[in-house]
Design a protein around this ligand. Structure first.
Ligand code: SAH
Length: 362
């Protein structure tokens, strides 16, 4: 009996090391291989993956972690995603939209703090239309020609994406959320589709954006097969940035009473992403930190190399409430970078104030 168990254990480890070998050769994994890795529950095996992922990150980026100033420009949204606290159907959500002047003020504050990337994220606010976004990007780019501008303002048409790019935005974040069409349809209203998301992502890449995608971990009805679909899709898309965070229920939404996603599973996914996409920019997401105060450090020690401290004006910050108890103060706040530095120090990492563009040069 005992020998059978230990034989199984050894066989299990052999499979794991085979997978690690395959990952380090940068070849694509098959569905069944992703399934095996995503289903690893043994703490020791997860630790092997985590350590290896951390090594890979350090070999490409050293112990530096890039910082991006996050400006949440509007809590209005025309979409009605079932999981999101600022869905248009949530009549209890508090709404605000920043003016161009307010956004510029945030950028000035961010620049004074030494940040070199501004991320403008918001709901799909019809008042912040394509022309308005283009104008804001152009103005920021004019005032801060050296800084990187990242947009995360949802699904737009190709002409709009092009005009933002020409105005000076060079990065775009748009999570695919889930690659599985049926699962996507469960999470979203019928006027949204997984195929349109993917079409947007392909367009963004084609235009030349450093493109970010990603998914929630533990969203309602998600199975391991869905995560396998996500990994297969990411292999195909080859995004420069990949954001994953646990699902967290948001009050007054259809999923208000679902359980949050699992921090440990999210960390496993971060490790696997780092192993498969060694050069990708992978954030330690706010959702992780919101669920677990150690979340940021756990993610960095599993290969994440970006953090996005919040630069949104403090008087409206709490209104960008995409899920319950979203963290936006302390070391999640751009005004408190010293706290972030201290917490990184404690694990032997530091803030890298560079622009942190994607590069796959060795
Ligand atoms: N409108 C933009 C920004 C959306 S908010 C866009 O569509 O890209 C950024 C991300 O937050 C989303 O892509 C989603 O993955 C995540 N998010 C939304 N609600 C969430 C929740 N309840 N729990 C965890 N993450 C959530």
């Amino acid at each position: 009996m005992l020998t059978l168990i230990s034989e199984n254990l050894i066989m299990g480890h052999i499979r794991l090391y085979d997978m690690l070998e395959k990952l380090s050769s940068r070849s694509s994994l098959e569905r069944e291989e992703w399934h095996y890795l995503l289903a690893v529950t043994d703490a020791h095996e997860r630790e092997i993956l985590r350590q290896k992922a951390a090594e890979v990150a350090v070999s490409h980026f050293g112990k530096g972690v890039f910082v991006r100033g996050l400006i949440e420009i509007s809590s209005y949204c025309r979409n009605n995603c079932n999981y999101c606290g600022i869905r248009c159907g949530n009549t209890f959500a508090e709404r605000y939209r920043l003016t161009k002047e307010q956004i510029l003020k945030c950028c000035h504050q961010g620049a004074a703090l030494g940040l070199n990337t501004f991320v403008l994220q918001g709901g799909e606010d019809v008042r912040q239309n394509d022309e308005w976004i283009r104008d804001v990007v152009e103005t920021i780019h004019h005032e801060f020609p050296e800084k990187a501008i990242t947009l995360s303002v949802g699904e737009r048409c190709e002409a709009a994406y092009k005009s933002f790019f020409e105005a000076g935005a060079s990065r775009y974040l748009l999570r695919h959320e889930t690659r599985n069409d049926a699962h996507y349809a469960q999470l979203h209203p019928s006027n949204m589709s997984s195929s349109n998301r993917r079409a947007c992502l392909e367009t963004l890449k084609r235009i030349g954006y450093q493109t970010g995608s990603g998914m929630m971990i533990g969203s309602p009805f998600q199975t391991t097969q869905h995560l396998v679909d996500d990994m297969m899709y990411l292999q195909e898309l080859q995004p420069q940035m990949i954001g994953v965070g646990p699902f967290i229920p948001a009050k007054n939404t259809p999923y208000a009473h679902f359980d949050a996603g699992c921090v440990d599973l999210t960390i496993l996914v971060v490790s696997l992403l780092r192993l498969r996409f060694p050069h990708a920019l992978i954030p330690a997401t706010t959702a992780l930190v919101s669920l677990n105060p150690q979340g940021r450090l756990l993610a960095i020690q599993a290969g994440a190399n970006v953090v996005m401290p919040n630069l949104t004006p403090t008087e409206v910050r709490d209104k960008y409430s995409i899920y319950n108890n979203k963290k936006n103060s302390g070391s999640e706040s751009a005004q408190q970078l010293c706290l972030l530095q201290q917490s990184l120090d404690a694990i032997g990492y530091h803030i890298d104030y560079g622009r942190g563009d994607y590069t796959d040069k060795q």
